[in-house]
Design a protein around this ligand. Structure first.
Ligand SMILES: [Zn+2]
Length: 140
C-alpha cells in the first residue's frame, strides 16, 4: 500500500491555505520525489464554477510543474483540497474526478473556518476508488 510522507510543517501550510479560503474550497499541488515524499506545496487558485462545492486546479500551474520535472526537478505527486463544513473523505464528485490513478489526494476538513482533519488517499488498483492511506509526518 502507498503511504504519504508529509512533514508537520507542510501539513500546517496546507491547513493554513484551506482555512484562508473558507467557506470556499482551497486546492493546490503536492510536489516531491520518489513515490510519496512531499517536499513542497504549491497553492492553486480554485477555478471550479462552484468553488464552494468543488475544486479545479489551475491547468497552467500543472503544466509549469510538469515542465520543471522534465528538467530534473521534483515532480507532482498529487494534490490537496478542502471540504468546507464537510468530512476529510472523498465525495462522490471526487471519486468521479479521479482520472489519474498515480496521484495522491489530500483532503482537509474545514469546520467553521478551522482546518481540522487532514487525510491522504490513493487509488485502489482493484476498484479504482480512492481509499485512505497512511500519512507519515516525520522528516526524511
Ligand atoms: Zn472533494
Amino acid at each position: 500500500m502507498k503511504t504519504l510522507r508529509l512533514s508537520t510543517d507542510l501539513q500546517h501550510q496546507i491547513r493554513h491555505h484551506c482555512a484562508d479560503c473558507y467557506p470556499l474550497e482551497a486546492c493546490g499541488l503536492l510536489i516531491g520525489w520518489g513515490d510519496d515524499v512531499v517536499t513542497n506545496i504549491v497553492t492553486s487558485p480554485n477555478l471550479a464554477r462552484h468553488p464552494a462545492t468543488g475544486f479545479e486546479l489551475d491547468p497552467a500551474l500543472i503544466i509549469q510543474h510538469q515542465k520543471q520535472s522534465r528538467l530534473g526537478n521534483d515532480r507532482i505527486l498529487g494534490h490537496y483540497h478542502s471540504h468546507p463544513d464537510g468530512q476529510a473523505q472523498p465525495s462522490a464528485q471526487d471519486q468521479a474526478q479521479n482520472h489519474d490513478p498515480e496521484l495522491i489526494w489530500v483532503i482537509v476538513q474545514v469546520t467553521g473556518g478551522i482546518a481540522l482533519g487532514l487525510k491522504a488517499f490513493a487509488t485502489d488498483p482493484e476498484t479504482g476508488q480512492l481509499i485512505s492511506i497512511p500519512l507519515q509526518a516525520e522528516k526524511i
